[in-house]
Ligand binder design. Structure first.
Ligand SMILES: [Zn+2]
Length: 393
C-alpha cells in the first residue's frame, strides 16, 4: 500500500514538472488528417535560373493530388527586391520583381500560383536591411562587390546580414529604430500587393529574427499569419548566431499582435542529404502528435553554387510518391489554408478526447529522458500494483 502511495506521489511530481509543456500542448488543436506543406524560402529576386527551376518544381508537384483533389503545395517565401548594380551608391534602390530582368521568374511564379502548386508568402522587400548592408559594405570591399553583381544571390551574404530586422553591421547586433521597422514592414506589404494583386496573408521573417514591432506593423498592414520555428530570435550574438528571446509559439496561437502563428517543424533540404525516408519519418511523427508537417526547403537546393537541381527534384518526387502511398488520407494545404482551418475550427480539427489525450502524450513525451522516466514510472506502478494485490492470494 505504501508503495502505491509513493508511486502516486512520484507521478504527481512528474506531472507537476511538465505542467507548462502540457498546458501548451493541450491548447494546440489536433488535426483530423495528416497534413504536408513544403515551405520554400528565398524565391523571387535573384538569379534568372529560378524561372526554369520553379517550372520543374511545379511539374513534379502537379503529378500528385490528395483525396480531395488538391495538388501538393510549395509555399514560396518571396523576396521582392535586391540591389541594382547600375546604382551601387543608392542602397535603397533596387530591382523589382516586375522589372524586365526578373520577368521570367515572375511568370514562373504566377503559373504555379494559377495551378495551385505555389502559395505566396512575404519573406521581405529584401533579404537584408539595405541601410545595415550599406554600413557593412563601407567596411568590407567584398560585400560592396557582391552588391555590384547582376541579380546577386542573397544566400552568398554573411548569415547575420541576411537578417532583416536587426542591425548586424556590428556583432552583437543592435536593435533597429521602431519607426524604421514600421516604415519598411508596411512598404513591403504594399509592394507585395502591387506586384501580386493582393496583400500577403502570410509572412516569414528572414532567418527568423524579428520582434513585436515587426509583428504589429505586418498585422496593421494586413498580414494575418506568421510562420515561426516555434520560438523567436530577436538579435544576432557576438558569434553571429541568432539569440533566443524566450518567446515561444505553437500552431494556431493568436499572438498579441493579432497574427496567428504556425510552426515550421522540420527540414527537407536534399543538398543536406534529406531524402524520402527522412520526410516520411517526420510525417509519421507529426501525425502521431496530430500536427501538420511544415518542411522548410530553400531555393539553394535548386539554384545557385551549391544546388543539385535534378537530385532535389527527384527527392521531392520520391517523398510525394511514398507519402501519398503510405498516408492515403494525407492533405496538401497551403499555410494560409491551414491557418484558416485553425481559426475556423472546422472539419480538419479533431476534438475527440481520446485523440487529444493521445496527441498530448506524443507531444509531451518526446523520445529522451522524459519518455524514459515515464516508462520507469509505468514499470514501478505495475510492480506496486502487483505487490498490493498478490499478498491477498
Ligand atoms: Zn530566407
Amino acid at each position: 500500500m505504501y508503495g502505491l502511495i509513493v508511486i502516486g506521489l512520484l507521478w504527481a511530481a512528474f506531472v507537476f514538472l511538465l505542467r507548462r509543456d502540457m498546458a501548451v500542448a493541450w491548447a494546440e488543436p489536433c488535426l483530423r488528417a495528416p497534413v504536408l506543406v513544403f515551405e520554400g524560402d528565398d524565391w523571387g529576386f535573384g538569379p534568372s535560373a529560378q524561372a526554369d527551376a520553379l517550372r520543374d518544381i511545379a511539374g513534379v508537384l502537379r503529378r500528385y493530388a490528395d483525396v480531395e483533389g488538391r495538388p501538393p503545395v510549395m509555399t514560396l517565401g518571396v523576396v521582392l527586391s535586391g540591389p541594382d548594380p547600375a546604382r551601387p551608391d543608392e542602397p535603397e534602390a533596387g530591382i523589382l520583381l516586375d522589372d524586365a530582368a526578373m520577368r521570367p521568374v515572375l511568370d514562373s511564379i504566377s503559373e504555379g500560383v494559377r495551378d495551385r502548386v505555389f502559395s505566396l508568402q512575404l519573406h521581405g522587400m529584401q533579404h537584408y536591411h539595405p541601410a545595415v548592408l550599406d554600413l557593412a559594405c563601407r567596411a568590407d570591399p567584398a560585400l560592396a562587390a557582391w552588391r555590384r553583381q547582376p541579380l546577386a544571390a542573397t544566400e552568398d551574404l554573411p548569415s547575420p546580414l541576411q537578417s532583416r530586422w536587426t542591425d548586424a553591421s556590428v556583432l552583437p547586433s543592435r536593435p533597429l529604430a521602431p519607426a524604421d521597422i514600421r516604415l519598411r514592414a508596411t512598404a513591403e506589404v504594399n509592394e507585395f500587393a502591387r506586384v501580386f494583386g493582393r496583400p500577403p496573408a502570410v509572412a516569414v521573417p528572414p532567418t527568423f529574427v524579428w520582434n513585436d514591432t515587426v509583428e504589429a506593423a505586418w498585422a496593421a498592414a494586413g498580414v494575418r499569419v506568421i510562420v515561426t520555428p516555434g520560438e523567436r530570435y530577436e538579435a544576432r550574438g557576438r558569434d553571429g548566431l541568432p539569440v533566443d528571446s524566450g518567446h515561444l509559439y505553437r500552431n494556431g496561437q493568436r499572438c498579441a499582435s493579432g497574427l496567428m502563428a504556425v510552426v515550421r517543424n522540420d527540414y527537407y533540404e536534399p543538398v543536406r542529404g534529406h531524402r524520402a525516408p527522412h520526410g516520411l519519418e517526420a510525417l509519421a511523427r507529426k501525425w502521431r502528435q496530430r500536427r501538420p508537417l511544415l518542411l522548410e526547403t530553400h531555393r539553394s537546393n535548386f539554384v545557385g553554387r551549391h544546388a543539385r537541381h535534378q537530385d532535389s527534384l527527384q527527392a521531392l518526387d520520391e517523398l510525394l510518391a511514398r507519402a501519398t502511398r503510405d498516408f492515403p488520407d494525407i492533405r496538401f494545404l497551403s499555410v494560409e489554408t491551414l491557418a484558416a482551418a485553425y481559426a475556423e475550427g472546422g472539419g480538419l480539427i479533431d476534438r475527440r478526447l481520446t485523440v487529444r489525450l493521445q496527441a498530448l502524450i506524443a507531444r509531451v513525451l518526446l523520445p529522451g529522458r522524459r519518455r524514459k522516466v515515464a516508462l520507469l514510472l509505468c514499470g514501478l506502478s505495475a510492480l506496486a500494483l502487483l505487490g498490493a494485490v498478490l499478498p491477498r492470494f
